[in-house]
Ligand binder design. Structure first.
Ligand SMILES: NCc1ccc(-c2ccccc2)nc1
Length: 243
């Protein structure tokens, strides 16, 4: 099944990298369709304005509702009918945390739309209206503020698309990760490869022993040590899909 992703932004060129590497291959193999839309194409004034001063005062500018309404209408109009509600993701610092769990849920969607805001954000009526026509998800990557939603959308798209069957070459590489922090599991143990000696540094002997039980034990211990040190909050959620 083909997954379709539409992005809407005043900087559509931010999404050009999606056509490279893995994601590029998925698109070439017909597993994925990505279209980036320029919000300014949905303005009609001479200055193609997308923002204005905030009601209630305050610094900065707010994104006007009309261009967003027309951009979202345009996406809905292009859907085959009868259609299921597409998912609308709005990256925002005030969103629910975007986690590996959320990525896995969104990887099951047929159609994802990313609305990337700039300035101080988008007129809230756009979200209120969108909530009636889309499955709306306001999502945050973490507790930091960017200049806009584009970089966050790129990260979310990568996290989601790599979970779509057929996109990643070797599906096994996902199993091992299923116990990493990304699924509220444990942090990943250190990895090594040849040469066994590099700049005077050795590889832990157990990994060269061929004793797979000992290797697994060593890895589990290192995961626990690293998790305790860096992400104690993850320690009591050991099962990866604990609600
Ligand atoms: N949590 C990551 C994140 C997501 C979105 C934004 C953002 C900033 C300004 C305008 C619109 C979105 N900032 C940070």
């Amino acid at each position: 099944s083909v997954m379709r992703i539409d992005t809407i932004s005043i900087f559509p060129e931010y999404f050009a990298p999606l056509h490279l590497s893995l994601i590029g291959k998925a698109i070439d193999h017909g597993l994925l369709e990505v279209s980036s839309h320029d919000l300014r194409e949905f303005t009609h004034d001479r200055h193609r304005s997308v923002d204005d001063t905030p009601y209630g005062g305050g610094a900065g500018m707010v994104m006007k509702p009309e261009p967003w309404g027309e951009a979202l209408d345009s996406i809905l109009e292009q859907l085959p009918s009868p259609r299921r509600r597409p998912v609308l993701v709005v990256p925002t610092p005030s969103g629910r945390p975007f986690t590996q769990h959320a990525a896995a849920e969104l990887a099951g969607a047929e159609h994802l739309v990313f609305a990337c805001g700039r300035y101080e954000g988008i007129d809230h009526r756009v979200l209120d209206w969108a909530d009636e026509h889309f499955e709306l998800h306001e999502l945050s990557l973490g507790d930091y503020v960017l200049n806009g939603g584009e970089v966050a959308a790129l990260a979310m798209i990568e996290a989601i698309v790599r979970l779509v069957p057929g996109v990643i070459g070797n599906p096994d590489s996902l199993v091992e990760e299923s116990y990493s922090a990304s699924t509220r599991g444990m942090l990943e143990y250190p990895v090594y490869t040849k040469p066994s000696q590099w700049r005077g540094l050795e590889v832990p002997g157990v990994l060269l022993s061929g004793d797979h039980g000992a290797v697994d034990a060593w890895r589990a211990l290192r995961s626990r040590e690293i998790t305790a040190a860096r992400r104690p909050d993850l320690l009591d959620q050991e099962s990866p899909d604990r609600p």
